[in-house]
Design a protein around this ligand. Structure first.
Ligand code: NAD
Length: 365
């Protein structure tokens, strides 16, 4: 019997609410296949600060190190906003956990079901079949992690500098993730850069061309400047299948993709590390794309789908359980198609709560 060992970090506000029901769905989906869940819960974010004095306690890191994957909720909120910036939940937990586990690849499915096109700011005529794409973002390099300095110049002016740095090897390893993703879809990758201005982008594009030609010649590789990609995302998102891009461009483009896909409550994400787990699969952190939604926390009305779909990504990427991952994804889609909706996707029509939504999904597994 296979045991899935993972760390559960629910976090703050709606984090624990959606995590509880996501675990119910995970259990219901895996039990019939003879899989056992072996998970340990740990504090992170505001919960870490309140219970153990810091956003990413050592005990939490240990729990994660002993696991094969991390199922993460979301962290932060008004309660901790007045702490010094370096101690605030997101900065003191999210960046360090990415760094600690070398989570270099961020995958965000941009998925909007046909039934939910009203949730998108785009006109339905532009996306009659909904949206289905994936953004693969490099997560540990580029301008966010390059050398930084602020200095006073001889004339008294003040100058700040952030350097954008990429190594060929860093570009190649994110291309590997994009290639694997494209192979599981339609064999199409659009590499987004700014090669007309940036030296790092010149290397990015050259590496992409050479690497894909050598390792995945069956893939159709195209290139787009980031400013154009931002426009095209708002004009016709379905022209993309898999986007691969560097850290800062991916930060912006993937958020734009999130908004054209409508509700944050539906969007999952995976961050894969350089390390492998005992299945020789990537150790990863799986979390909803949205935040802690303090405005609706405690009311039992948060949409659990993003957390549930994140659990499906964990089954796929860190445990190799593709069939069960798909079973969960289909059940979520079927529940939405059958009219079960939380408030964020009900467009003023009657809605149900977090637990009822999860039950509708369990009933469709
Ligand atoms: P948010 O994503 O929490 O909420 C934005 C809007 O989307 C709100 O109206 C919220 O109710 C709605 N929403 C989000 N998730 C939902 C869900 N599952 N179901 C129904 N509605 C949902 O963004 P925010 O309000 O800007 O941030 C709140 C807190 O979350 C902040 O402290 C922020 O720093 C933090 N945050 C954390 C993460 C993370 O943990 N990775 C990511 C983003 C924001």
């Amino acid at each position: 019997m296979k045991t899935l060992k993972f760390a559960v970090l629910p976090g703050d506000y709606i984090g624990p609410e959606v995590m509880t029901v996501a675990l119910d769905v995970l259990k219901a989906a895996t039990e019939p296949a003879g899989l056992t869940l072996d998970y340990t819960e740990a504090h992170v974010g505001g919960a870490g600060i309140d219970n153990e004095g810091k956003a990413l306690p050592e005990s939490t890191i240990k729990v994660c190190e002993e696991a094969d994957a991390i199922l993460f909720g979301s962290i932060g909120g008004p309660k901790w906003e007045n702490l010094p910036p370096a101690e605030q939940p997101e900065r003191a937990a999210l960046l360090p956990i990415r760094k600690h586990f070398s989570l270099f690849a961020n995958l965000r499915p941009g998925l909007l079901y046909k039934e939910l096109t009203d949730a998108s700011p785009l006109k339905t005529e532009r996306i009659p079949e909904g949206i289905d794409m994936v953004c693969v973002r490099e997560l540990t390099g580029g301008i966010y992690f390059g050398p930084k300095r602020t200095e006073t110049l001889p004339d008294g002016d003040i100058q700040a500098t952030d350097e954008m740095v990429y190594k060929k090897s860093e570009i190649e390893r994110i291309l590997d993730v994009a290639i694997a993703t494209a192979r599981s879809r339609n064999n199409k990758i659009c590499s987004v850069d700014k090669a007309n201005v940036l030296t790092t982008s010149v290397l990015w594009r050259k590496t992409a061309i050479e690497y894909v030609a050598k390792h995945a010649p069956e893939i159709e590789l195209t290139h787009m400047y980031v400013d154009n990609a931002a426009m095209q995302m708002a004009r016709d998102p379905n022209q993309f299948d898999v986007i691969v891009t560097e850290n800062m461009f991916g930060d912006i483009i993937s958020d734009e993709m999130g908004i054209v896909c409508g509700s944050l409550g539906m969007l999952s994400s995976a961050s894969l590390g350089t390390g492998k787990n005992k299945y020789d699969l990537p150790f990863g952190l799986y979390e909803p794309s949205g935040g802690t939604a303090p405005d609706i926390a405690g009311k039992g009305i948060a949409n659990p789908c993003a957390q549930i779909l994140s659990a499906a990504l964990m089954l796929r990427h860190s445990f190799g359980e593709e069939e069960i991952a798909q079973k969960i994804e289909k059940a979520v889609k079927q529940a939405v198609m059958d009219g079960f909706r939380t408030g964020d996707i009900s467009f003023g029509k009657p809605s149900i709560g977090t637990k009822e939504m999860a039950q509708a999904i369990i009933d469709r597994l």
